[in-house]
Design a protein around this ligand. Structure first.
Ligand code: OGA
Ligand code: MN
Length: 218
């Protein structure tokens, strides 16, 4: 009997990847509904809730930092790893996205890191940028939602500020919706919801290695 694990391969089609690349080059962002199979979305939600005890308040540092973080964000996070097959499946999808953007847009994306985020009722993440120009190697942000049948009145919108065009976009955190945007161009915030809200935030990075510094550092 063959007991080797089933090999997962990306479900993102060439057409979808073309669409993402075109949107990123024209607007710097895309909001894509039903981006991944609902079975995977559901398994990711199960994986997140099953590991509830492992989630840690986001950005925990020294005590004073922690206090400051509580003013900015009140969610808890858990980093995805390849040791969990469901998380691995998501990372395989993002690897396909990385390769496709490098091929189509020459972005030089080097690696990817992602974490589950749990926003309990009332939790928020105030307006912020994921990266500051020239100061980081995070260049492309992904946010993926795991909340089935989310109702508008339940809140929890992601608000993306398109400062160049002086407009803002409200994204409902509905299961299957994938948001991709340039990390240093779009301030965004998470509005409080009136129920538990789960997402996966991730960042593609460029390699900042130099002769004097090896990246990633261990
Ligand atoms: C983040 C973030 C958005 C969301 O973690 O940096 O902006 O909708 N998350 O969960
Ligand atoms: Mn963010």
């Amino acid at each position: 009997m063959n007991t080797s694990p089933v090999q997962y391969s990306s479900t993102l089609t060439e057409e979808t990847l073309d669409l993402i690349a075109i949107a990123l080059s024209q607007h710097g962002y895309i909001i894509l509904e039903n981006a991944l199979p609902s079975k995977l979305v559901n398994n990711l939600l199960i994986a997140a809730t099953e590991q509830a005890a492992q989630f840690k308040p986001a950005g925990v540092g020294r005590d004073d930092q922690h206090q400051l973080n509580n003013i900015i964000r009140t969610d808890s996070i858990l980093w995805l790893t390849t040791s969990n097959p469901v998380e691995s499946a998501y990372l395989i999808e993002m690897e396909a996205l990385r390769e496709a953007m490098n091929k189509r847009l020459f972005m030089g994306l080097f690696d990817y890191e992602a974490s589950f985020a749990h926003y309990p009722s009332g939790a928020f993440y105030k307006k912020h940028l994921d990266a500051f120009k020239g100061q980081t190697n995070r260049v492309l942000t992904t946010v993926f939602y795991l909340n089935e049948n989310w109702k508008k009145e339940q809140g929890g919108d992601l608000v993306i500020y398109d400062t160049k065009n002086d407009l803002s976009l409200q994204v409902k955190p509905e299961a299957g919706t994938l948001v991709v945007f340039l990390s240093d161009e779009f301030p965004h915030e998470v509005k409080p919801a009136n129920k538990d809200r789960y997402s996966i935030a991730g960042w593609f990075r460029v390699n900042n290695s130099s002769l004097s510094r090896v990246d990633p550092a261990h």
